[in-house]
Write a protein of this length. Structure first.
Length: 421
């Protein structure tokens, strides 16, 4: 028989690790919800042109990494490589930006990039994102950065750094572009690099090849070309971050892999992850709403890598704070007892207590072994005698103590026992 395998380079999570994955995702989303960001559930695929226009043709994401196909109606469709342009498309299409501003939304899910797979780099990966559209207040930049920061902190991570820079406004970039192109024209570069430079000269700062890096050492930096307005904005953001006690380094050479960034731009880097150390990043995008047909509103957001945040959690030896077992393990011996077990489990769950039933066990010894393995702190055995008396022994596994309780009071007794631990 054929042995099927998952496609190359995708990340998959199954128990028990999927519990840690879920905890990472919820922990990263929580600070956004607390700050008034609401869920935007987006399609996994969009018209290809949306990404080509929005993300930018000079990027690796668009030029090499999109999963693009023709659907049955002959339309060019692409699996979303990132969340921002889809989020803005939805905001424009549903007029969310015609209500009070900024529009603040969060999303989480799978994204697709046909990259060369390696540790921490997948072809299907998972991100949590937020976008705040319609305000250029520098306090919003600080809020967005602090939401990401709080998420990583709440995971217990310590070995991460925040790098920030400003890519300035249109005026700043135009002045810098002239000098940068002049500088680049003196360099020894291959043809394909020259082509990329024509589309977006900033991309060359992102080139990892040593011979290019060496030549770029003296290149003019955008930070030195900021207009007064951009400079004041950037300085104000820094002041707010300092007030929040969020440490950061300024990295004037930072180039993000997507073309839409302007102004404040940032990345969170984890020190134990090797080459794929970026656990999150984002920034402002001044012209993007207009680029994809919306009104001229600025916005700012981030994407946090759930896969990489989980790797970072594991690299730092941290444990999820959610238990990997149920509160109660319920063993039913005999056919009659099974019916009662199902009913009892229903009652226990209605109290918000988690319960697992031992299915298919005929012998008590085996059931107890499984109870031990399960790790549930409490066990109840339901057999003929329990059914006839209507009372059960609630056993605390750690101490071996048993309490006699009626079936009808079991949920309350369990609640008390759990709270008292
Ligand atoms: P991004 O930096 O391209 O930003 O992706 C966000 C995060 O997703 C990265 O920091 C990284 O942790 C994770 N990531 C990216 N590619 C992979 C991969 N192949 N495998 C595993 N993890 C990966 C964005 O996508 C922007 N939309 C963020 C944003 C929102 N900017 C403004 N608003």
């Amino acid at each position: 028989m054929t042995q099927y395998q998952a496609p190359k380079g995708v990340s998959e999570y199954f128990p028990p690790r999927s519990l840690a994955f879920e905890w990472v995702r919820e922990t990263l989303v929580a600070p956004a919800k607390l700050a008034g960001y609401n869920l935007l559930e987006l399609p996994i695929f969009e018209d290809t042109e949306l990404f080509t226009r929005g993300v930018g043709a000079s990027t690796d994401v668009v030029s090499k990494e999109m999963y693009t196909f023709e659907d049955r109606g002959g339309r060019s469709i692409t699996l979303r490589p990132e969340g921002t342009v889809g989020a803005l498309r939805a905001i424009i299409e549903h007029n969310l930006d015609r209500a009070s501003l900024p529009v603040k939304i969060w999303y989480a899910g799978a994204f697709f990039r046909a990259e060369r797979p390696q540790a921490g780099r997948y072809r299907q990966f998972y991100s949590v994102g937020i976008e705040a559209v319609g305000s250029d207040d520098p306090a919003l930049d600080a809020e967005v950065i602090s939401i990401a920061y709080e998420g990583f902190k709440n995971l217990g991570l310590k070995k991460f750094r925040l790098e920030i820079t400003s890519l300035g406004d249109r005026q700043s970039r135009a002045a810098h572009r002239i000098d940068l192109l002049k500088y680049i024209s003196t360099l020894d570069l291959d043809e394909s690099t020259k082509e990329r430079v024509k589309l977006n000269p900033l991309r060359i700062f992102d080139d990892k090849r040593p011979q290019v890096r060496l030549q770029m050492q003296e290149a003019p930096k955008l930070l030195d070309y900021l207009s007064d307005e951009s400079r004041v904005h950037f300085e104000t953001v820094q002041k707010y971050l300092q007030a929040l006690h969020i440490e950061f380094e300024i990295n004037p050479r930072m180039v993000r892999g997507l073309d839409y960034y302007t102004g404040t731009t940032f990345e969170f880097v984890h020190d134990l992850l090797g080459a794929q150390s970026g656990i999150g990043g984002g920034g402002r995008y001044d012209g993007l709403m207009e680029e994809i047909g919306g009104q001229p509103l600025t916005g700012i957001g981030f994407g946090l890598g759930i896969d990489r945040a989980l790797l970072a959690v594991e690299a730092e030896g941290l444990q999820p704070s959610t238990p990997t077992h149920s509160d109660l393990y319920l063993i039913a011996l005999g056919e009659m007892a099974k019916v009662q077990a199902l009913i009892t489990a229903q009652n226990v769950k209605s109290e918000g207590i988690s319960v697992e039933i031992a299915f298919g066990e005929k012998v008590l010894k085996n059931a107890m072994k499984r109870a031990d393995k399960n790790g549930a702190p409490f066990v109840v055995i339901l057999g003929d005698s329990e059914l006839s008396t209507g009372s059960v022994e609630l056993k605390e596994m750690k101490t071996g103590t048993t309490f006699s309780v009626t079936l009808s009071s079991l949920p309350q007794a369990l609640r008390q026992a759990l709270d008292g631990r």
